[in-house]
Design a binder for this molecule. Structure first.
Ligand code: FES
Length: 120
């Protein structure tokens, strides 16, 4: 799923419930440097992570990759990146780590909302 939203900081991209635990989704987020494709992951323990959605190896869709507590595996060639630092754990170029928070807004009918701040 891809959505385009705009704001100066902390762009709402989805309801947390729209990202099943253990999975990721890709969004296009308008940041200071223009539109950025961001992969947002909803960890099984409730945490969220956000990194570049486009794999630096050969353009694979990182949001479709498998995750564990801190690593994403690209589905195309199985290279891996640390979701906390963006560093590759398999010798590839790094990905950027984007700011992501979950805001529980009482008036949101679909529950807590995921907000992303793209890295510069
Ligand atoms: S495209 Fe992601 S590892 Fe090759």
């Amino acid at each position: 799923m891809t959505a385009t939203t705009t704001a100066a900081a902390g762009v709402r991209v989805a309801a947390l419930a729209d990202i099943p635990p253990g999975e990721g989704r890709a969004y296009v987020v308008e940041g200071a440097a223009g539109p950025t494709q961001v992969a947002v992951f909803h960890h099984r323990d409730g945490r969220v992570s956000a990194v570049d959605a486009v794999c630096p190896h050969s353009g694979g869709p990182l949001a479709d990759g498998q995750i564990d507590s801190c690593v994403v595996v690209c589905p195309l060639h199985l290279n891996t990146w640390d979701l906390r630092t963006g560093a590759s754990t398999s010798g590839q170029a790094p990905v950027r780590v984007h700011g992501v928070v979950v805001i529980d807004t009482p008036d949101a009918p679909d529950g807590p909302q995921v907000h992303v701040t793209p890295a510069p």
